[in-house]
Design a protein around this ligand. Sequence first.
Ligand code: FRU
Length: 512
Amino acid sequence: PVHDEPFRPQLSFSPQRNWMNDPNGLVYHDGEYHLFYQYNPNKDTWGDMSWGHAVSADLLHWTELPLALPVEKDARGEITQMFFSGSAVVDHANTSGFGQPGNPAMVAMYTAVFPQARTLNGQQIRAGTQAQSLAVSLDRGRTWTQYAGNPVIPAPPGPYAAEYREFRDPKVFWYEPEHKWVLATVVAQQHKALFYSSRDLIHWEWTGEFGPAGAAGGVWECPDLVELPVDGDPARRRWVLIVSINPGGPAGGSGMQYFVGDFDGKTFTRDRNVASDDVRWLDYGADFYAGVTYNDAPGNRRLLVGWMNNWQYAGTVPTAPWRSAQSLPRELGLRTLDGQVKLVQQPLAQVQALRSGLLYSVPARAIAPGVQAVSLNGAANAPLEVRMRLQPGTAARSGIRLGTAGTSAYTEIGYDAAQRAVYVDRTHAGDARFHPQFAARHAAPVVLRDAELPLRILVDRGSVTVFAGAGDTVLTDQVFPPPGPAAVSLFGVDGDAAVRDLDVWSLNSIWK
Ligand code: FRU
C-alpha cells in the first residue's frame, strides 16, 4: 500500500480507494483488532453500502482485507440488501450455537436495509425496512455467512412500529452481571435509544428506552453504552450512553453527545445532578461522528473510534482516490472535574511509539502580542505531535498556528479569553472551496485550571485533533493545507501570554 497522496492520513486508517463512513464491528479477537466499516466498493461517494474490513495488531498499522459483507443486487442491478452500521462480538461461551469446539464464532449484528419489498426466510419485508440481522464468521472475520433466520429483529417494538424505516445501528455487548447479551439501537427520528437483551444473540427482548434528551436537533444514530470506573476507582462505576446526532452538532452538521448515568441491565437512566437540557458534547470539532467502542479489548480498555468527517460536506472533501478516514482510537475514562463526572479522552497511548524526532522543546517561553515563529530543528511534514501548557495571561487570544512553510496557510488553535473557549480556526487552513460551511472556527468552553490550559495536538495530513484540559474537551477538524514542511508559530493578541513545556515531535507514518 502506498497511502502517500496529498491529505492521506498518516496516523489512522483510510481505505485504499472509494467511500467510507462509520466504523462497524469493532472487536478484538485472537491477536487482531478488527475494524469493519461502512464502505462503497464501487464509488467515492455514499451508496451500495457494504462492510469493508481491516485488521491491526496494535491499532496503528492496518491491513485492508477483502469486503466482509458486500451489497446485494438483483439481476436488474437493483439493490436487494445493504449492510448498514452495526457491531461484532466473539461468542466465547457459544450461546448461539454458531461456534465449533475450540473455535468460537465471531457474530456481526448489522442493520439490514431492504429498499424493495420482499420475502426473506419466510418473513414478509416491506420496502424501505431497516431490520437487525446476524452474520457469522468461523475464520477470524475473513468470510461471513448470513444467519438463516434473518432478520432477528424484523421491526421496532410495538409503540414504534411506524419507525421501521429508521431503526438501526445495533451495538451488542456482553453484560456480565446477568450473563446475557445487551443491545443498544435507535429509532432515529424519535431521538430514542432502545435496549434489548438476549441469551443467544438470536432471540431478543425489548427491555427499555432512553430519550429524547440533551441534543435532539437531528436523528439519533450509532448508540453505544459503556461502563467506566470514575477517577480510576473500580468501586465507583458509571455507565456512559454515547449517541451521534445529525444535524445539530456543536460545529454544525454531525456531532456526538454523551450521557452519564446507570444501566440496570434493562434501561439507561441519566444521573439527576445535571439539567435535562444540558448537552455534553464528546467532540466539539466538525469531524468526529458515529464513534463506537471496541468489544473485548485486552486490559478492559475502552477504545473509541470515530468517522473523521461530517455529513454536511463528506461527499465533497478534496481527497482521491478515497474519501474519509477513521480516527486514531481514543481511550475513554471518567473523571470528576468541576464537581461533575465527565468523559475524558486520550489518544491511543501507543501513538508515542511513532515519535521520530524532537523538533522543538522549551520549558517556558513568553508570547508577546503578535506572531512569533518557532524554529524547528529540521524540516518536518505532518504527522506531528504538539504538547504544551498554554498560559493565556492577559491576552485576549493566544495559542499556536500550524501551517505550511512558504505559504500563508495555517490552522490556528487557541484560547479565547472573552469566550472562555478553546478553538480551532480553519478559515485560513487551505482548500475550503468544496463547501460553503467548511471554512469556520469551532470553539469549546473550557475551564482554566491553575491559569493554564494543557493542550495535546495531533497534526495529521488532512486533520488536526486537539485534546484540551484533562481530555474532557476534544476538537477534531479536517484541514486541507498545501503540502510541504510544517511552519509553527505562537501568537498572542492584546496582552501577554506564555507557554510551558512546549514540545513538538515529528511522528512516523503508520504506512511505512
Ligand atoms: C451514520 C449512518 C448510520 C447508518 C449508516 C449508513 O453515519 O447514517 O445511521 O447505519 O450511516 O451508511
